[in-house]
Ligand binder design. Structure first.
Ligand SMILES: [Zn+2]
Ligand SMILES: [Zn+2]
Length: 307
């Protein structure tokens, strides 16, 4: 390959990459590993065109995420992932373009945080009853700076202590729904979360719908759409829950419902999911989400950057 052709090829690739967005990332403020600002730096070094921070049930990482140093071409979407219940099933709702002062949303999330905090010691007690003693010293390094301690943190402790070999085994054996150390927690009703997000002019999107384990996805999407759902996460890798999908099934179920089709890696920074940039959608999806937020009465997202 000549130098000139290599150059044009690599710069074309570069431009291509900058047109892609990963819209599902977690930072250490919920159950990821990296700080929000670190995610910005990582995305910039990968030449991604856009990223969204969607920490579980907290907005606390957003100020750092939106104001951290980074290139102007990298579009940052302030987001959240809310844990909800839909007909008895855990259902995650992503919210995109969360405004800086989302008062009602913050209040609700604070309530959930309290309930999550109570859940963690309950799981520890259950593990203790199973003969697995976890000392405060084991937990502290994992929970340092963490606002919303949850099962992934506990899974990491179990791996670190050598009780299980990996994250998947921790869930399959102890922490998954119906397993001996599982504790159910308080969650918002799915439709309530959708209404709350819309009230804050954040765009509600159904996350990884195949984890719901439902047969009638079309029916669920139709029902949630009537409740105000505006998008569905079509591109997602389900390896960690042993489901193989290329997104077609979800796309098929969503056909004609006029839902914005999003996607992302669900990066946590450990071996539990895909990593940053592995699952992306065209940057136009960010434009569509932004437009939807503005239609809900939202402020332009760049208002964040001036904070
Ligand atoms: Zn999720
Ligand atoms: Zn997630």
């Amino acid at each position: 390959m000549t130098y000139a052709s290599w150059w044009s090829d690599s710069s074309r690739r570069r431009t291509n990459v900058r047109t892609l967005a990963d819209l599902h990332l977690h930072s250490k403020v919920s159950d990821g590993i990296q700080a929000p600002g670190r995610l910005v730096a990582m995305a910039a070094s990968m030449d991604l065109g856009g990223i969204a921070l969607t920490d579980h049930d907290t907005l606390d990482g957003l100020p750092e995420f939106m104001t951290a140093d980074g290139p102007a071409w990298l579009v940052r979407v302030p987001g959240v992932e809310i844990s909800t219940y839909y007909r008895g099933r855990e259902t995650h709702i992503l919210g995109y373009f969360v405004p800086e002062h989302a008062k009602n949303l913050k209040k609700q999330l604070l309530y959930l945080e309290e309930s999550r905090k109570k859940r963690f010691p309950k799981m520890l007690r259950k593990l203790n009853d199973l003969g697995i003693t976890i000392a405060q010293d084991d937990i502290e390094p994992v929970l340092r700076g963490v606002k919303a301690p949850g099962r992934p943190h506990l899974a990491r402790v179990l791996v670190m202590k050598g009780i299980v070999k990996d994250y998947a085994e921790a869930f399959d054996t102890y922490l998954g729904e119906g397993k001996p150390a599982y504790v159910q927690r308080d969650m918002m009703d799915t439709k309530e979360a959708i209404a709350l997000l819309r009230h804050e002019s954040a765009v509600p999107v159904l996350a990884h719908p195949l984890t719901m384990g439902i047969d009638n996805l079309r029916g669920v999407l139709t029902d949630l759409r009537e409740a105000g759902l505006q998008g569905v996460e079509v591109k997602y890798i389900y390896d960690h829950v042993h489901i193989s999908s290329n997104g077609e099934q979800v796309q098929e179920a969503a056909r004609g419902l006029q839902l914005i089709e999003t996607g992302g890696s669900d990066h946590h920074g450990d071996d539990s999911r895909c990593i940053l940039g592995e699952v992306t959608v065209p940057l136009e999806i960010v434009d569509a989400l932004k437009q939807a937020s503005e239609d809900l009465g939202g402020e332009p997202a760049h208002a964040w950057a001036r904070a």
